[in-house]
Unconditional design. Structure first.
Length: 254
């Protein structure tokens, strides 16, 4: 079976040399999912943004297909070309049986329409609670919101991270979904509790809606625990505020 993961920003994690581009939890999860599927014998391809790499290349057995450059094109028409046309061509080049997307965006609608037109299967994984609320979507343009809404309404399956997301999706869109754990391989080695030197580890983008303040409150209560936070300076003021806290967070890692 051929599976295509449309993860436009995944190259920053999947391959060395692209670390300067945006890195987040979803890029990590999609990379781990692609590797796990490849390990299980599936033919895996990934559609990614154009960062200047070759149109098509293979890394760790995964076929990487270039779509479009965010900076490319002329203002006012760049959505059609290069974005829409090049994304469509990349999806078509993958020629997969199943297409997988995650994170709200116009690409969800493009993939869903392609699968409907060419009778392929598509699967969408909810990446954030806001993906389930039309008025909270982290999508700026009305056009892109409509593409996304079309996309989630035309999936063969929708996966939610929690019962809360499952309920919100049904209440706001009338759509059913299934809850799913993180789609990655189990670690090859797991240390026993007595061997671990970090009691609580929080890893995320340093943004207010990710609620890093809850970790601070947890550390205040559980003072006997060794608490670590890993996160980038997505919101510099918030990052600096948390980094300056001493005696509550025992160790802060950039």
């Amino acid at each position: 079976m051929k599976i295509c993961i449309v993860g436009l920003e995944v190259l920053s994690v999947l391959m060395p040399g692209y670390e300067q581009y945006r890195v987040g939890g979803e890029q990590v999860q999609l990379t781990l999912l692609g590797r796990a599927l490849k390990k299980r014998g599936y033919e895996v391809s990934m559609v990614v943004l154009d960062y200047g790499q070759a149109d098509e290349l293979v890394y760790e057995g995964i076929n990487i297909i270039k779509a479009y450059s965010v900076e490319g094109g002329v203002t006012g028409v760049r959505f059609i070309y290069p974005r829409l046309i090049k994304l469509w061509n990349a999806i078509k080049k993958a020629d997969a049986d199943v297409y997988y997307t995650s994170c709200a965006g116009f690409q969800v609608g493009v993939v869903a329409y392609f699968c409907k037109l060419y009778k392929r299967k598509c699967l969408y994984k909810i990446a954030h609670d806001n993906d389930c609320y039309p008025d909270k979507l982290l999508i700026k343009l009305w056009r892109d919101k409509k593409f996304y809404e079309y996309g989630i309404r035309n999936q063969h399956e929708i996966l939610a991270q929690s019962e809360q997301q499952q309920k919100a999706l049904f209440e706001n869109y009338g759509l059913a979904s299934k809850t799913s754990i993180m789609l990655v391989d189990k670690p090859e080695e797991t240390l026993g509790l007595e061997e671990r030197d970090i009691d609580i580890l929080w890893v995320n983008n340093m943004r207010q809606f990710k609620r890093p303040d809850l970790v601070i409150e947890l550390a205040k209560v559980m003072t006997e625990c060794n608490v670590h936070i890993i996160g980038g300076a997505n919101e510099p003021d918030l990052y600096n505020k948390i980094e300056k806290i001493r005696g509550i967070i025992y160790n802060f890692m950039r």
